[in-house]
Design a protein around this ligand. Structure first.
Ligand code: GLU
Length: 482
């Protein structure tokens, strides 16, 4: 085959959900893997349900996922001339005909068939009437009435359809608009698309499309129909199972590379590898390893994969994506070595960008909010000597490197007779407000001398205040005290 050309043809009637995004990703990856071409096309002939707002939303989601296209976006609504041209070719070849059957008669036929438990089908009334272009006439495809149409699907293997199953379906409605099966074939032929990866909900359309390719004398593309993504309850994935749109994952603090990685793994495998960088996906993605059974969406797995991608991303590359999450906390994040150190310390402890920003908040606010349980357990009268001794040592210290800090803490241990934990925990809460945080030497090094001392003093004052408010010089009750 010459250069591989794939496409993504969403209907702009809703947001880009996970299933649609996966289709886009597969087609994009395959084009990139083969150094081919990827075409974007909006199937917007359904003017009632299509909306520019959804076009924008889909473009935004693709941008976020880092999916770029080499051609388009095309809009079917602007290509009516092309469909008209191809319709003329079908008519000229005797492979289509005008049909003036009134809708009421077709509807009655449909109802009758349903009542009999059969498939509605057109009875061919106009097939041999030789009608010309009458205003208000629809155009039907003269479908083969015997034999079989074989779909050689890369994923599903060959599927033979009995041509007797299909009727003369409409290719052009009475208002002049093409139907889906016709438009999609004309588009794919004229755009040079030769590889179609899509959901297997389209398998039943494919024999009709194959018949149209044959009638138009065009070579068939490679078809790969992938099983639909299922929700955890094993029904088809939908809004009910979580995010309606891919960009909701962006807003929750997922990384595009993680979502991309997860989507691909929902229908393709490479041994038992789970974590892939974008470059690895491009290097390995192929049609041979598309899965035959449906992938089941597992939000926990996506979260774990996101955490892994957070860890693997260089801190400097996280500054930009983190910015909106900090802004939400009232913090304007600036890049630079300090920010990168903060990110490097917290990325391995975070599942999402939102999570990382929440955990990093204390670095940016001297008035740290003490978590209630942490303060109750560690900012106690007992902790006062430790906090005071640490403050005194650090005040005299110039070098805030890891080993100098360690030495200072060791000196405090010797001086107070306390174990490191008894010193470190109150310091941790004083500096971060929490009982769990990155290492305290790391925090102190990042905060620097001034901010560290300010926070220690504030904690000492806090303990003083809690003592006086709790009465006779008692420390606030602490569940951990023995
Ligand atoms: N517009 C169709 C859809 O959204 C795509 C059809 C196709 O891939 O051929 O399902």
């Amino acid at each position: 085959m010459s250069q591989v050309v794939t496409r993504f043809p969403p209907s702009p009637t809703g947001f880009l959900h996970l299933g649609g995004a996966r289709t886009a990703v597969f087609n994009w990856l395959y084009a990139r893997h083969c150094r081919g071409r990827f075409v974007l096309r909006f199937e917007d002939t359904d003017t009632e349900r299509s909306s520019p707002r959804f076009v924008e939303a889909i473009l935004e989601a693709l941008h976020w996922l880092g999916i770029d296209w080499d051609e388009g976006p095309h809009f079917q609504s602007r290509r009516l001339d092309v469909y008209r041209d191809y319709l003329a070719r079908l008519l000229a070849a005797g492979r289509a005909y005008y049909c003036t059957c009134p809708p009421e008669r077709l509807e009655a036929m449909r109802r009758e068939a349903m009542a009999r438990g059969g498939k509605p089908r057109y009875d061919g009334t106009c097939r041999n009437r030789g009608l010309g272009p009458v205003p208000g006439a629809a155009v039907r495809f003269k479908a083969p009435q015997s034999g079989t149409t074989v779909l050689r699907d890369v994923v599903k293997g060959p599927i033979a359809f009995d041509n007797g199953e299909f009727d003369d379906f409409i290719v052009c409605r009475s208002d002049g608009t093409p139907t889906y099966n016709f438009a999609v074939v004309v588009d794919d032929i004229t755009m040079g698309v030769n590889t179609i990866i899509r959901g297997d909900d389209h398998v039943m359309n494919t024999p009709k499309q194959i018949q149209l390719y044959e009638a138009l004398g065009a070579p068939l593309p490679v078809f790969a129909h992938v099983p639909m993504v299922l929700g955890p309850d094993r029904t088809r994935l939908s809004k009910r199972h979580g995010a309606a749109s891919v960009t909701e994952y962006r807003d929750q603090g997922f990384l595009p590379d993680a979502v991309l990685n997860y989507l691909v793994r929902l229908g393709w495998s490479h041994g038992d590898q789970e974590f892939f960088t974008r470059a690895e996906l491009i290097a390995h993605f192929d049609l041979e390893n598309l899965g035959r059974s449906a992938g089941v969406f597992d939000p926990e797995k996506l979260l774990a994969l996101n955490a892994e991608h957070l860890r693997a991303t260089p801190p400097a590359a996280l500054v930009e994506p983190l910015r909106p999450f900090f802004r939400e906390l009232g913090i304007e994040l600036e890049g630079g070595p300090r920010t990168e150190k903060i990110i490097a310390g917290l990325a391995p402890r975070s599942k999402t960008l939102a999570d990382l920003a929440r955990q990093a908040r204390f670095y940016f606010e001297d008035e740290v909010a003490y978590e209630e349980a942490a303060a109750r357990a560690h900012l106690t009268a007992e902790a006062l000597p430790a906090l005071a001794a640490v403050a005194a040592r650090l005040k005299a210290l110039e070098d805030f490197g890891e080993s100098a800090l360690e030495e200072a803490f060791r000196a405090v241990m010797a001086e107070t007779g306390l174990k490191l934990g008894k010193i470190a925990q109150p310091v941790r809460v004083a500096l971060s407000g929490r009982a769990a945080s990155p290492g305290i030497f790391e925090i102190i090094a990042i905060l620097g001398k001034e901010a560290t001392l300010r926070r220690l003093e504030r904690a000492i004052a806090f303990i003083g205040r809690s003592r006086s408010s709790s009465g006779a010089g008692e420390a606030p009750p602490s569940p951990k005290r023995t």
